[in-house]
Design a protein around this ligand. Structure first.
Ligand code: FES
Length: 156
């Protein structure tokens, strides 16, 4: 196992109990931003849960990520309030600007693009979230400015 990954403190928190698998995976993801394969193999051995069972759990819950987070995680809300306010147009614009489809990472690891059903900020519809920060009342024009700011940040 990669020495950079230390999961024993997480496993000890749950007494190496396999019934806490979801909490363990959630804590690992909080710590590393995703679920590294080496860590999953280590967990499998230490709490005696087969990798195939773990894959089943991971694929069932959309919150679990198997890839390292991109530098800029962009989430476009597609809930009802956002949908009626132009969310689809905004998503298509971001997809074409970044040459990415929702659910994908850019090959350089710079961007990831996701959709979500509602982020609970419907009064600001249509919303997008970039690295946890909510941006509301988006249009193609405001999105263009946001994406330009990200690109400018890259040049500094
Ligand atoms: S529907 Fe988009 S924030 Fe609620």
């Amino acid at each position: 196992m990669n020495v950079d990954f230390d999961i024993d403190s997480i496993l000890a928190r749950y007494n190496f109990d396999s019934s806490a698998l979801i909490q363990i995976l959630s804590d690992v993801q909080d710590k590393y931003g995703y679920l590294p394969r080496e860590v999953l193999e280590d967990i499998s051995q230490k709490i005696e849960v087969s990798l195939s069972k773990m894959w089943g759990v991971i694929s069932f819950y959309a919150l679990f990520k198997l890839k390292p987070p991109a530098k800029y995680n962009i989430t476009v809300c597609q809930g009802t309030a956002c949908h009626v306010s132009g969310a689809k147009r905004n998503l298509e614009y971001i997809e074409s600007k970044l040459n990415l489809k929702a659910g994908e990472h850019s090959p350089d690891g710079k961007y990831s693009l996701e959709t979500v059903a509602c982020i609970g900020s419907c009064a600001l519809a249509p919303t997008i979230v970039i690295n946890g920060k909510v941006y509301g009342r988006n249009t193609v024009k405001t999105i263009d400015k946001l994406l330009s700011r990200l690109e400018e940040g890259e040049k500094k």
